[in-house]
Write a protein that binds this ligand. Structure first.
Ligand code: DX5
Ligand code: ZN
Length: 221
């Protein structure tokens, strides 16, 4: 089954607790939290106190996508705040291998993210250190941007992963129209912000993305 991780970047910023509970009740597999520092990306969102406030509302898994540089000094604070996974960008500093080790040493799952301009090779030597590779299909910083085709990169990373238990997550511009393109290439976790929070019901929106993703792979619920 294709996993769906709604991004609360597209939620109502005055009502996070209720909306986290609502997307989980509507079938979300994980809750995706976009941390932006107005330095690595041109936008500013959440820090450790916000992550800590979300914690009691998240019953599934709090999937924290760090768009910050540097990463290492903040790892203890996110561990303390209760993040289940930290995903760091390879572009965020010269020592991504050390960063991923530090995340695991702090007893969290570790993910590694790639911007659209970064080749698949950048994760080749990191695959034994991670639970997840995040392939960005927009340049990070904002919700609601147009999907950039990264299917060849996803397929290359799926082949590199082989039989390791590593997820491929895709983030940016995911809708029922774009979902099949990335799951066919090998992605198994889809982040969606606008397509979940756009209106209508969360359950319908999540189900539509999941169904489109599953249909392309023959994966069933
Ligand atoms: C972009 C963030 C995404 C974003 C996705 O920098 O990492 O998680 O919220 O939003 P949509 O689904 O609207 O492209
Ligand atoms: Zn994200």
């Amino acid at each position: 089954m294709t996993l769906i991780a709604p991004s609360i970047l597209s939620a109502d910023f005055a009502d996070f607790g209720r909306q986290i509970r609502a997307v989980e009740d509507a079938g979300a597999d994980w809750v995706h939290v976009d941390v932006m520092d107005n330095h690595f990306v041109p936008n500013l969102t959440f820090g450790p106190p916000a992550v800590k406030a979300f914690r009691p509302h998240v019953k599934t898994l709090m999937d924290v996508h760090l768009m910050i540089a540097p990463v290492d000094p903040s790892i203890p604070a996110y561990a303390e705040a209760g993040a289940d996974r930290l995903t760091a960008h390879v572009e965020a500093g010269p020592h991504i291998h050390r960063t991923l080790q530090a995340i695991r040493d702090a007893d969290m799952q570790a993910g590694v993210a790639l911007n659209p301009g970064t080749p698949a090779d950048a994760v080749e030597n990191l695959l034994d250190l991670v639970d997840l590779v995040l392939v960005m299909t927009v340049n990070p910083g904002f919700g609601g941007q147009s999907f950039i085709d990264m299917t060849a990169k996803i397929a290359r990373i799926r082949a590199m992963i082989g039989d390791r238990p590593v997820h491929i997550q895709v983030d940016g511009g995911i809708t029922p129209e774009t979902a099949p393109r990335v799951t066919r290439a090998g992605a198994d976790v889809l982040v969606a912000g606008s397509a979940v929070f756009k209106g209508g019901t969360y359950a319908d929106n999540i189900a539509a993305i999941r169904k489109a993703g599953d249909a392309a792979t023959g994966r069933m619920a």
